[in-house]
Design a protein around this ligand. Sequence first.
Ligand code: SF4
Length: 81
Amino acid sequence: MILPDKVQKIADNVPGKYYVDIRCIGCNVCAEIAPENFRSDLEEGHEYICKQPTTETEEALCLEAMEICPVNAIGNDGVLE
Ligand code: SF4
């Protein structure tokens, strides 16, 4: 199993626990699940964290997105700000 690598975070992620790494293939599933927290960079063809989750609902949706990501490109072990 490939694990997310926080050393290879996409630069657009806002600081905090959740991040998308460079393995993202831009399938858009995470943004459909958690639209408040994931945003598409259409030019670069990937998603990034635009807002860290601040409610239990957002946290649950981010976790769901992380579990369903087909290439395990979402991590939640980044530094808490
Ligand atoms: S689900 Fe994973 S591969 Fe798909 S856009 Fe989100 S981070 Fe990228």
